[in-house]
Design a protein around this ligand. Sequence first.
Ligand SMILES: [Fe+2]
Length: 581
Amino acid sequence: MKKILCGALSLLTATVFAVWQDDHLPEIFALNAEKLQPVTLAQDWTFREGMPEEGWQNTRAEGKTFRLKDNKIDLDTVAGKTGDLKSHAVLYCTITSPADGIAEIGIGCDWYFEAYVNGTLCATTMKDGNGDSTYQPSNHPFFIPVKRGENLLAIHTGRGSYTWSFACAKVPFRLPDVPEIAVGPWLDNPGPGRMTVRFTSLGNCGAGVEYRTKGSGTWLTAWDAVEELIQRRSFHTVELENLTHAAQYEYRIVMLDPAKPKNLVYPRKGEIYTFTAPDEKKERFSFLFTADLQFVPEKQNEIFPALLKAGGAETCDFILLGGDIGSSFSIDALLNTVWKLNAENGGSARPLVWIRGNHEFLGDTERYIECCGTPEGKTYGFFRFGSTAFLRLDSYALGNWKSDRAEYTLPAAFAAKQQAFVKQVMDSPAWKNAKHRIVLAHSAPFSVGGFEESITRMTASMIAPYYRDRKSDAPVALMLTGHTHTYTRTIPGTTQVAALVPPQTKAPCDGKNYPFPVVAGLGPEAETPFAASVFRVDVTPEKLTVQSFRPDGTCLEKFEIMNDGQVKEFLSLPHFDTVKK
Ligand SMILES: [Fe+2]
């Protein structure tokens, strides 16, 4: 915390000097708009001409009464004359608060001010002036400590060269920008010689990653930049490239101090994290896949770590999220649940790849690519991990989905682009030469749960041309999906599924036409609102071993997929026919 305070102090000195916020940052960063006290500024202000007298901060002195109009005034009109650079005055206003707490106000002033509340210095521009010639309350927003009832706001101001414009009002809630990590870091997009690092900062800061092979002396720096412009923002994505295969790397986060951008700041006391660069020859590795975690935040906080534990995340090389990770793609909520929990459970050393589901089309959907996209800025992709090829598909959400947001989608154009990409993958040596091939999508390419939807058709249009009723020279071993919330594993060549309960049978299952198992995990249902499961896949040169677990660690089933496509069951579920009799 000490580091945060030091960083914050240097930040706040840009516009304010020695203010009480520095000692109250934990309290301030726990604030949101709802927690701010809804204070009221009295209409009548007092203007006391001249330099402040001793004790002016604590006691309201006599003076002229004036009112702001639209939160502004030219103090020359109150003084009754055109002043000059030697003009000074003290302004007083009563702020009424319903309870003890913190409020936020802002001041713009031509040219200097220092503001005290109940004798506590809260903001000052006495050193550098206003810095902005618009003179709006938003020029210098700052937090003030208030007590229940009346509070004294005392402002010392010095006039500018041309005017004595002054503005003061409550301002919309906004946290200060502090060069410190809020959530993360976590890794994404493992690939040959590359890795993505993601994290968030407290407010908008320029940020990057310093990295080096473990034990070497020289740090390389990669910035969160667009066209070589470091981005001042709070959600950061940094691409590390040209990594040495299988090498161990260490990295640390670096930020530009928003107040003094020439100063680099190392948040969390320069904590060093490590990861292993993907090894293209790796033949033995493990990963988890889960989807459909659209629970309330309290339940996500309970269920997601439980799934990581049940699947044995600590011995996995990466985690796959199969979409619908929340009722909507709400970044504020997800930062405090899935991303934070992942980072706290080994995410700084182990990639998390987030595939888009239909619920990621709700909320902050426009920011999905920024937060979860591939380095190419796509929602679909291809990556090799060791000897295994992964095709990441986007099932999209089309116009007939019930959300209004679906009206913003362009499904035909999207399908064409994704189909072109899939064809490139299918033609590539990286796909053809892989030891195993795995397809990932939110929706299966057919109706497993007994209902037909556009997202199944989108998936099918990607995968069916190459695999439906076809024998391929590049066979797929396994397809991992979600969306139905019903646990099923298709039995290739049959209309049967291994399942916990008989699946709905409103439509025939197309699984028999695909020569590989398609699995879908548990998700919330009316009768079982907190149902969830996770697949663990252990890859070896000979086979894929798949196990599925409930959050309590109960194993639902265990099976192996041999290189010839044969599936061997070790812990079996009942098989049900999906065709309506
Ligand atoms: Fe879904």
